[in-house]
Design a protein around this ligand. Structure first.
Ligand code: NAD
Ligand code: GLY
Length: 350
């Protein structure tokens, strides 16, 4: 078992290990006390892990209610969010009660946003069940839902009180959903350096998954400690995301976040070299890492479609869009670029 402590507005532990779900009740009581809990989860995760988590909480004397919504990005919207708030109120959750977000990034983001706003904020615990949620979305306190205009346009910073990552849950993920997490792991590799990058790029790391998750969480914890509210270096974690979000949007969310970010990283690394923003071409390294991790290397949208979608990305700062430019493995920079150059950048990347 491994533990990483995140120091933000609030300090909390990310506990990573095999078979932790059975003891999640005890871990939660130890951290937040014996309050009532609302489990928020999706239908697939509920069918596999709902009972186990509920049992563990009940055995510790926690009174549990459970809200289950349809799995998938299309549920990460204001409608589901409002249904969750109404559910919490109907079940009389109080200020000292907690939300338990059991699932992938969609569950974590929407349940976290409900926790941030219900009664002006209650505590929540993240129990990530996807590789992506384990290494990224469950840590750092970004919570959100999508609006029609784009991804994550309504949300709040609200740190969890505890993150319990049971690596055994990753065993029931499909290859495609595992690959979504691999895309974010490749991102951490590009940000951090050769050692982690080469390990992930090999596609051969499942035996070391606990160490990999802990390493990625450590990287994220360090970034969040220095820039919790995303005004500076935290933006580095958005490597591949501007084009990635555009791909998700153009596909009407048929292309998942991880797959889209994978393409976004490939396109921006290619564009950066072709447009002479960097001296070194690392796009082939990224391409090979994507192939080894069963991730896509092309998509069917035109540069025009993607640049239009990227133009409405929320990370657009007044007259500029902050792109994360990989100069080398382990060396990325934030570069404000002119939105008028979006088409040129995306065309060069594809
Ligand atoms: P997801 O939550 O939609 O989960 C993917 C699918 O896997 C779903 O169908 C789900 O039911 C299923 N699933 C989950 N756990 C499972 C398990 N153990 N076994 C079998 N099936 C399982 O998607 P995701 O990739 O986990 O998360 C993507 C979301 O995370 C996006 O909305 C993205 O914007 C968000 N995100 C947020 C942050 C953040 O910092 N808040 C960071 C990265 C991504
Ligand atoms: N996944 C981006 C962030 O947490 O900032």
């Amino acid at each position: 078992m491994k533990k990483v402590t995140v120091s933000a507005t609030k300090e909390y532990d990310v506990v990573i290990g095999k078979g932790l779900l059975e003891d999640c009740g005890k871990m939660i009581v130890k951290t937040v006390g014996k309050s009532n809990a609302a489990i928020i989860t999706d239908d697939i995760v509920d069918s596999i892990y709902g009972e186990k988590v509920e049992k563990s909480l009940c055995e510790c004397g926690i009174k549990v209610s459970k809200f289950v919504f349809k799995n998938g990005e299309e549920s990460k919207n204001l409608e589901t969010y409002c249904e969750i708030l109404e559910f919490l109120a109907e079940n009389k959750l109080k200020r000292n009660d907690i939300i338990v977000a059991l699932g992938g990034g969609v569950v974590g983001d929407i349940a976290g946003y409900a926790a941030a706003t219900y009664l002006r904020g209650i505590k929540f615990v993240q129990i990530p069940t996807t590789f992506l949620a384990a290494i990224d979305s469950s840590v750092g306190g970004k919570t959100a839902v999508n609006l029609k205009a784009g991804k994550n346009l309504a949300g709040a910073f609200h740190q969890p009180s505890l993150v319990i990552c049971d690596t055994q849950t990753l065993e029931t993920l499909s290859a495609d959903r595992f690959a979504d997490g691999a895309a974010e792991a490749i991102k951490y590799g590009v940000l951090d350096g050769e050692e982690l990058f080469e390990k992930i790029a090999s596609g051969d790391y499942i035996a070391e998954i606990e160490d990999i998750i802990a390493k990625c969480v450590e990287i994220k914890a360090e970034v969040v400690k220095n820039d919790e509210f995303d005004t500076g270096m935290r933006q580095l974690l958005n490597l591949g995301h501007t084009i990635g979000h555009a791909i998700e949007k153009c596909s009407n969310f048929e292309i998942t976040h991880g797959h889209a970010v994978a393409l976004g990283m490939l396109y921006i690394s290619r564009a950066a070299y072709k447009l002479k923003l960097v001296e070194k071409d690392i796009s082939d390294k990224i391409l090979n890492a994507l192939i080894k991790n069963n991730l896509p290397v092309s998509c069917s949208f035109s540069p025009e479609e993607l640049s239009e979608a990227a133009g409405s990305d929320k990370k657009r700062n007044a007259d500029t869009i902050n792109f994360i430019i990989p100069k080398d493995i382990g060396d990325c920079v934030i570069k404000p670029l002119n939105p008028q150059d979006l088409l040129k950048i995306i065309s060069a990347g594809m």
